[in-house]
Design a protein. Structure first.
Length: 192
């Protein structure tokens, strides 16, 4: 976790920090009642405020890294970014407690550096890069492989993408206002 502060602007880069040491989300009240040793975001929040203007969502938006204090609703505008992990199913959507659905319950939109390989979105992407949540599909539902076993799981075939096209460039002033937002051609803005 890295926090960057410039004037009133606060940006948090979440890295791969889990909710707790085990990376598993404890049931409500368990930290206090079961003697679980706090670590991960539980430790960070003791020392640092988790309020922010921009957040690089931790661990590819894995639900096990989405601490409620980090995602707490805010009165100020803020922007969240997610870096998918191709070769895995992160971030997930459409299942109870899936990371994408958790994020979109709280914020109307967030930025993805690239479409995860297990997802299907319109091709070509809209010129704006904006994709509605209800437009997402699992790749194997739209483009099944000849392999019945691959179709039974999320297909994680990587598609070649120039790394220079998988970026979001955001600029903020010292009051926390985003003053510029630019995207590579493979980056998307996912909207509720």
């Amino acid at each position: 976790m890295l926090a960057i502060t410039f004037g009133a602007t606060r940006i948090i880069l979440g890295g791969d920090l889990p909710w707790t040491e085990t990376g598993k989300r404890p049931p409500p009240g368990e930290l206090a009642t079961k003697g679980v040793i706090a670590s991960g975001w539980e430790t960070v929040k003791r020392t640092y405020a988790l309020d922010h203007h921009a957040l690089k969502v931790p661990h590819h938006a894995s639900a096990d890294a989405l601490h409620p204090d980090l995602l707490a609703t805010s009165q100020r505008p803020r922007i969240w970014t997610v870096t998918p992990k191709n070769g895995s199913r992160l971030p997930t959507f459409g299942n109870p407690g899936a990371g994408v659905d958790i994020l979109l319950e709280i914020e109307e939109r967030f930025l993805l550096s690239v479409t995860p390989s297990s997802w299907w979105v319109p091709d070509p992407l809209p010129a704006t890069g904006v994709v509605q949540r209800n437009g997402l599909r699992r790749r194997t539902d739209v483009d099944p492989t000849a392999d019945v076993f691959a179709n039974a799981s999320d297909d994680t075939r990587s598609r070649p993408v120039d790394p220079r096209e998988t970026v979001w460039a955001l600029a903020f002033d010292d009051a926390g206002n985003m003053v510029s937002k630019e995207r590579g051609s493979a980056a998307i803005e996912l909207v509720r």
